[in-house]
Design a protein around this ligand. Structure first.
Ligand SMILES: Cc1cc2nc3c(=O)[nH]c(=O)nc-3n(C[C@H](O)[C@H](O)[C@H](O)COP(=O)(O)OP(=O)(O)OC[C@H]3O[C@@H](n4cnc5c(N)ncnc54)[C@H](O)[C@@H]3O)c2cc1C
Ligand code: FES
Length: 263
């Protein structure tokens, strides 16, 4: 884990309230794995006091760390105002990351909104096996153009809640349709998901019902990011032994069967 001051190389709005930031950090880039995250201190001093967690969305040229973020509150509003040449203190890479898919497995990546961030790094990193990306957004204005982030093309489908682009309805409809296709080979597939809790709960249920391996990258409000504050616990599915995980150090990625989705 590295803590360093990193220079912002660019910071641009690429969809409604959604920004892509490039931070120069060859040291973190060299260690980064898909599913890991960094904690950003968006301003020196005490306001806001806490670092904010962001998934590593992609890396570029062995030195740029890409963060894809939505403006939702004070910290992310400060980030949106930052320009090239400014700098942030970054702590990372943190967390466990995804267990990578087997060579011949088909990976189905199911993203809800900004939850696409860690899945794009997984897609960038995984050069073997076919990948299908399913992305759900509120509306067309929130859709993220993949070519702005990735140096590879991939098969993708889109759903929007208001029907302004792609399938009208939740992204889980797309997953269900795929899993129900006659030619779908469940023994050769893995599902990876990140997004709002209710969406991941539904994805987890579909995967568990069909016995398809599935990993979910969970979100939790994080004060420290390093296992020291107990603030990010989630309930495990275990009836004995460890009953809570720290999302920051045990995760943020978990096999869906390890989590109590009803808690
Ligand atoms: C492992 C991990 C990876 C993440 N990756 C990304 C990412 O790639 N891109 C991205 O845009 N966001 C990501 N998030 C969420 C991001 O950390 C929060 O959106 C951010 O901290 C909000 O900061 P703020 O100061 O703008 O909001 P605040 O002013 O602190 O809060 C504004 C609103 O956001 C909610 N919120 C605050 N923190 C979180 C959180 N951790 N999770 C969910 N809701 C929160 C608050 O409850 C409140 O409703 C990630 C969170 C985790 C735990
Ligand atoms: S964020 Fe402090 S223990 Fe996880």
């Amino acid at each position: 884990m590295i803590e360093q001051k990193t220079e912002i190389i660019f910071n641009r709005e690429i969809a409604r309230d959604t920004f892509l930031m490039g931070l120069r950090s060859p040291e973190i880039v060299a260690r980064a794995k898909p599913g890991q995250f960094v904690m950003l201190r968006v301003r020196p001093g005490i306001d806001p006091l806490l670092r904010r967690p962001f998934s590593i969305c992609a890396v570029q040229d062995d030195e740029l760390l890409l963060i894809l973020y939505r403006v939702v509150g004070k910290g992310t509003a400060i980030m949106a105002e930052a320009s090239g040449g400014d700098s942030f203190s970054v702590l990372g890479p943190l967390g466990n990351g995804f267990a990578l898919p087997d060579r011949h497995q088909q990976s189905i990546l199911v993203a809800g909104g900004i939850g696409v961030a860690p899945l794009l790094f997984l897609a960038q990193y995984t050069r073997t096996g076919p990948i299908q990306l399913m992305m759900g957004f509120g509306s067309a204005a929130e859709i993220i153009a993949l070519e702005l982030i990735l140096d590879r093309t991939m098969d993708f489908v889109i759903a929007t809640d208001d029907g302004s682009a792609g399938h009208a309805g939740p992204v889980t409809d797309l997953l269900e349709a795929r899993l129900n296709q006659d030619e779908f080979e469940r023994d050769a597939a893995s599902i990876f998901t990140c997004g709002p809790g209710p969406m991941m709960k539904k994805v987890a249920a579909m995967a568990l019902e069909r016995g398809i391996p599935c990993q979910a990258s969970l979100e939790a409000v994080m004060a420290c990011g390093i296992g020291a504050c107990q603030g990010c616990s989630v309930k495990t599915s275990s009836k004995e032994g460890q009953t809570y995980f720290h999302v920051c150090t045990d995760g943020p990625v978990f096999p869906v069967m390890a989590i109590d989705w009803n808690h």
